[in-house]
Structure formats: structure tokens, C-alpha cells
Design a protein around this ligand. Sequence first.
Ligand SMILES: [Fe+2]
Ligand SMILES: [Fe+2]
Length: 312
Amino acid sequence: MFRLMPDLSDDLLLRLYHKGAHVGWTSDDIDWQAPVELSDRESEALARVLSPVYLGEQSAMLGAANVLPQLALAGEATGQLYLSTFLLDEARHFEVLTRLYHRLQHDPIAIRKLPAMLRYHHRLRQGDRVDWVFGILVSDLFAKQFYQLFSKTRQDALFGDMSQRILIDESRHQAFCDEYLSRALPKLSPQRRTALRDMRDELLRIMQEMQDALGADAEVLGFSGDDMLARVAHDIEMHSRRIGLDGGPDGGGSGTDPSRDPDPVDLAARRAQREKSQSEPLQSAKDDCDGCGTCALAAICESRIVRRAVGR
Ligand SMILES: [Fe+2]
Ligand SMILES: [Fe+2]
């Protein structure tokens, strides 16, 4: 893993590392006396909708620590340096959001009440460093929409000001992901590329599940969770083209203008597809059941959950 005198050619990753190292801010630079500008109900709603992003900040920090040795083993010296500043960025985001929760006087939503959050972060931990960077790209695009909303609509409030600082860090993270993945994808097999698309779709499905659970809180704060998720999906598709994952004649990444906007995302269709895929195995289990009442299949078919799912 240790490499003396590694290749530190002046690439974008090295320049992003320099930028990250120069951007020095901590929770001490936040004006904690700034008004929250939220009612108690709105503070509670913010604490809830922010929960997946908050968990994501901690997950990114821990994930970076785990992936850093992989970059060292692969001899990716400039990526290794960059990741050290990424880790510091995410640590800082995790710290300031923790302090924000104290100020809001409301806790994040418990994982047992929103298990999709844990599934999401478990999914990010699967695979190698390329999978991880792609998952981080998806997560950063999700977080970006959230911070952008508050930096625009509540600039002078505590969270709006904090969001503006975090967004600057997140823009470096996206630049890193785009560059790293643009280099890595041409070396991947078609199967690995398909697996990345599957991962993206799975993460989006889980995001939608989280959003469905938090939609009422989003309304309290005056925004539509569906609209935000549509923007996230649009951004993910745009970056997928940019890094060469999408857009080729077979769904791969060649021969397409990456700057062209992807088609609009139909969230309602995605939701219908998710609900259909969840109920289909149950419906087929019911169809296969002869009602003998003695086997495990019959027990499943007679359960209240399945009856509700298949409309009995
Ligand atoms: Fe972050
Ligand atoms: Fe990030």
C-alpha cells in the first residue's frame, strides 16, 4: 500500500485537493446567533426531512475512510490526497448539522421509523471504490438539491447560510466524482456498467420511498418532495451521460452529446413501477396457492399484509 515518490502529476484531482485544503471553515465560522426563522412545527419538519442527508454526511465520512486504502493500493496517489480533504469536508458537514439539530431542538427521524435510510446507506457500502464513488455522486446530487433549496429561500436564516457553505464543498465533490468516474468507466466490463445503472435505479427507488414517507414534512416547509426528487433524478441522468454511463446506442456511454438534457423524469411512472414490482411476487404467490391451508405459501397468502397488497 505504501508507495514512496508516487506519481503526483498535476491532474484535476490534485487541483481539487489543493482547493479543498485551502477552504478552511469550521463550525466556529457559522453565526450561531442567526435566526432559525422557523416555527416549532417547521423546525420539526426540517429535522425530519434533513435526516437522510444528515445520515449521508456521516456515511460519506466513514466511507471515505474505508475507500482511501483502496486508492492507495491501486496507486491512485492524487485521488488519495483528494479523498483526505473530502473526508474533512464531510466531517465538517456532519459536525455543523449535529449542532443545527441542537438548535432546532428536534431529533432526526429514528432509523426504525424510516428503515429505507439504512437500506440506502447499506447499498452505498457494497462493491469497490468505483461503486462507492458513483454512490457518492448520487448522494451528493440528492444533498445538493436540498441545500440549494434552503440557500435560495432562506439565505439569512441559520440553515440557509450553512447550506451556502456546504454547497461550495459539495461542488468539489461532484467535480471529483465526474472526473474519477469518467476515467474509470471505460475500463469497466459491460456487466459492471450495467451493475452501476442497477445501483443508480435502486438508490432512486429508495430515495422515492424516503420521500413518500417525508412528503407531509416537505409540504410544511413549503416545497414539493416530488418536484425535488424529479430534479435529483434529472441531475443524476445528466451526470450519468457526462461520465459516459448512459447515452450510447446500447445504453452505454459512447457517441452521444453529454451536454444534451436528458428526458424529463416521470416520478409517477417510477412509483407505479415500484408498487407493481412489490405486489407482483405476492400476486403470483396467491395465484400459485391452492388453498390447502397447510403449507408456508398458504400461510403467506392468508396474511393480512398480502391480502391488502393483492386487493383481497
Ligand atoms: Fe457533505
Ligand atoms: Fe459530499
